[in-house]
Design a protein around this ligand. Structure first.
Ligand SMILES: [Zn+2]
Ligand SMILES: [Zn+2]
Length: 394
């Protein structure tokens, strides 16, 4: 097994943690990543403004291609940890571990660049922006960078698992995610003369209520889905009939079939309310992420590498999606390429803050996980390219 540079990985992670940036605004983060890649002797291209794509070409000629992906963005929240390298950017925090993901991939890239004469084929590196907004990966897709690989691999931290444990889902790992926005338009009138107006608030309230009940009606109860409404806004004053209502929410499903069905049902409900209440309903559904499904072969390949790194007990194959109902647009990379997502435990005994959930302002993932993640990237890539020292060949 090859090992990534521990000090490098830890320092990179601390640096990134201290200077977090929001989705699509990861300018300094991208600059940092690109500077590192140049230092490793690698060339890169920008993807969108803040995404970065680089290639490590093996010195032994043509071969397989393996894509390694890390997300780089942070969240709009004030950090409440006691870390010495806590965020210095007010109201922005790496609370989803993307600092760790990025540092791990950089550390793996550093070692892979040093080892490039030992393998054939190529390692592709994707440092992806805006995962939290669900459309960072689409920049890569639009530039044709999500196709043409033999394998794709990515890592996410798992605060609900102990350090030293890697979790791989059998099959679905994360649901699809769509965001819907419904804008109802009616007509203003005095509340005492309702027959002269068209009440968008009443219509919106009915629509929001029906949306909440939709899954029970439209989906096999054995399947898991979410129809969540997180925003409802209407009205300007107690005595004016509201002429506009806005509803926003999200759809999550574990099969493309259920996903399509939910989308159709939302549109149908909107059309029904339109007829019933005489309002106009504009319905927008934004595709954020496909269902993330681990390929069986890749899952086993990654599990084998993880076992070699962490021992037999270091791998858990989860029968349930390891991500729960959180979505991740790494799925974009898996549309046309077999791949897997590994969840790396970050919980340390006697350290409750390391078990805080993702997106908690107190989350302090155990730092050692960055080395585990780096070594997974590094050794999995080498295994795919048939260059893994004592490790197995593909
Ligand atoms: Zn997140
Ligand atoms: Zn995340």
């Amino acid at each position: 097994m090859e090992r990534a540079d521990r000090a490098y990985a830890v320092n990179a992670r601390r640096h990134l943690h201290k200077y977090p940036e929001l989705s699509l605004k990861e300018y300094k983060t991208a600059e940092y990543i690109r500077r590192q890649l140049v230092e490793f002797g690698l060339e890169y291209v920008a993807v969108g403004e803040t995404g970065t794509f680089a290639v490590i070409e093996g010195g032994k000629g043509q071969g397989r291609r393996v894509l390694l992906r890390a997300d780089i963005d942070a969240l709009p929240m004030e950090e409440k940890t006691g870390l010495p390298f806590k965020s210095v950017h007010e109201g922005v925090m790496h609370a989803c571990g993307h600092d760790l993901h990025t540092a791990a991939l950089l550390a793996a890239a550093k070692r892979l660049a040093e080892l490039k004469d030992s393998f054939a084929g190529m390692v592709l590196l994707a440092f992806q922006q805006a995962e939290e907004k669900g459309h960072g990966a689409s920049f890569f897709r639009e530039q044709g960078l999500t196709r043409g690989y033999d394998r794709a691999f990515g890592v996410h931290i798992a605060p609900d698992r102990p350090l030293g444990k890697v979790v791989l889902s059998r099959g679905a790992d994360a649901p699809s995610c769509d965001i819907f926005r419904l804008v109802l338009t009616g007509k203003k009138a005095h509340i005492a003369r309702p027959h002269l107006g068209i009440d968008a608030l009443q219509a919106g309230a009915v629509l929001a209520g029906e949306l909440a009940k939709l899954s029970a009606r439209a989906i096999d109860p054995a399947d898991k889905v979410i129809v969540g409404v997180g925003l409802f806004r209407a009205g300007t004053s107690y005595n004016i009939i509201a002429d506009e209502a806005v509803i926003e929410g999200t759809l999550r499903a574990y099969t493309e079939e259920n996903r399509k069905r939910l989308q159709e049902q939302v549109r149908e409900l909107a059309a029904g309310v339109e007829r019933l209440y005489r309002v106009k309903v504009a319905c927008e559904i934004v595709d954020c992420a496909d269902v993330l499904v681990n390929d069986d072969t890749v899952r086993e390949e990654v599990a084998e590498v993880a076992r070699q790194l962490l021992g037999e007990g270091g791998v858990e194959i989860s029968e349930e999606p390891a991500f729960g109902f959180a979505a991740d647009d790494f799925s974009e990379f898996l549309r046309e390429c077999p791949g897997a997502y590994a969840h790396v435990g970050v919980g340390a005994e006697g350290k409750p803050v390391s078990w805080e959930p993702l997106h908690s302002d107190r989350l302090e993932p155990e730092e050692e996980a960055v080395i585990i993640a780096a070594n997974l990237h590094l050794n999995y890539a080498l295994q795919v390219l048939g260059a893994a020292g004592e490790g197995g060949r593909p």
